[in-house]
Design a protein around this ligand. Structure first.
Ligand code: NAI
Length: 328
């Protein structure tokens, strides 16, 4: 029996993500929580003839407690999205507090759940979630994931323009680092099967993966950022976490984790000098079971990208940790 919970379920990501979870045969129970509109979204989805039993809550009457109790997987897309001209870091002021308070609820009501953080800036909100769980004495690094799957999905899709491969999901491209501009490091040299990318097309392709979110923000003209592709990516990652928890073997997906707490991750953290980083992680019944060190395989150009990534990432991580220890 799997109970999935969406915190921020009425939003642009929350609604399609809840739809995908409601339709999934892997989910037996689905609980929705938001500060607005949850009754409507819940009533609407409840008419879908799938197995998941659905409930929805607002903050009143212990709504968060009721939503989270018994949760196996909690997805967090709560918070404000970007508008044109904003970076993900600009969201920190509002989203940091939202994520902190929701994770306090998780620490209290469903401390064993897998926590999938979607709210931006992921580079800071994941450290915030970790610190909150640590303060509550409930932190299990194997169960906390920053969802960076959209970067992987974009890399798979955009490279198709060059390879002409019909089905983009057939090419596996590791994307490591963080989830924001230059902290996103797609490793096309390690694509499987290998891809031939003409030199003049590589830099624009990397840039497009790093800043692909901006294309959507601009196209939406102030109405938000990626929601439908993010819901797809969030669901794809959640599905893998659930399948691995159910015992399926060999599931590996890049995700932003606290490396020292994951087998194999400590060595990577020492090598790069950063504790939070997205690397391909083998998933299993206890969550993030093994971090794969692909750093020795990256080429010289990608090493330069990694240097830029580390500079940007360090500050965002520190900002998140600091926010929990010295709230503004
Ligand atoms: P949205 O504004 O459409 O929806 C956010 C929802 O969160 C709203 O329904 C709002 O009522 C709810 N909310 C606000 N405070 C809450 C609280 N304290 N408790 C519960 N719910 C609360 O925004 P959208 O487009 O769904 O984006 C959500 C977040 O996801 C943003 O931070 C955005 O930057 C991030 N995002 C992350 C991506 C990733 O790759 N990880 C990709 C795209 C967006």
């Amino acid at each position: 029996m799997v109970k999935a919970v969406v915190l921020g379920a009425s939003g642009g990501i929350g609604q399609p993500l809840s739809l995908l979870l409601k339709a999934s045969p892997l989910v037996d129970e689905l609980s929705l929580y938001d500060v607005v509109n949850t009754p409507g979204v819940t009533a609407d989805l409840s008419h879908i003839s799938s197995i998941a039993k659905i409930t929805g809550y607002l903050p009143a009457d212990d709504g968060l407690k009721k939503a989270l109790t018994g949760a196996d997987v909690v997805l967090i897309p709560a918070g404000i999205p970007r508008k044109p001209g904003m970076t993900r870091d600009d969201l920190f002021k509002i989203n940091a507090g939202i994520v902190r308070d929701l994770v306090k609820g998780i620490a209290e009501y469903s401390p064993k759940a897998f926590i999938l953080v979607i709210s931006n800036p992921v580079n800071s909100t994941v450290p915030i979630a970790a610190e909150v769980m640590m303060q509550a004495g409930k932190f299990d690094p194997k169960r906390l994931f920053g969802v960076t799957t959209l970067d992987v999905v974009r890399a798979e899709t955009f490279v198709q323009d060059i390879t002409g491969e019909n089905d983009p999901s057939k090419t596996v491209i590791p994307v490591i680092g963080g989830h924001s501009g230059e902290t996103i490091v797609p490793l096309f040299s390690l694509a499987k099967p290998a891809v031939e990318i003409p030199a003049e097309k590589l830099a624009p392709l990397i840039k497009r993966v790093q800043f692909g979110g901006d294309e959507v923000v601009e196209a939406k003209g102030g109405a938000g950022s990626a929601t439908l592709s993010m819901a797809y990516a969030g669901f794809r990652f959640a599905e893998k976490v659930i399948k691995a928890a159910n015992g399926e073997k060999g599931i590996v997906e890049p995700t932003f984790v606290y490396l020292p707490g994951v087998t194999g991750g400590d060595a990577i953290a020492k090598e790069i000098g950063i504790d939070y980083f997205s690397v391909p992680v083998e998933l299993g019944p206890s969550g993030a079971e093994k971090a794969t060190n692909i750093l020795p395989d990256v080429n010289d150009e990608e090493k330069k990208l990694l240097e830029a990534c580390k500079t940007g990432l360090k500050g965002s991580i520190e900002k998140g940790v600091e926010f929990v220890h010295n709230p503004p």
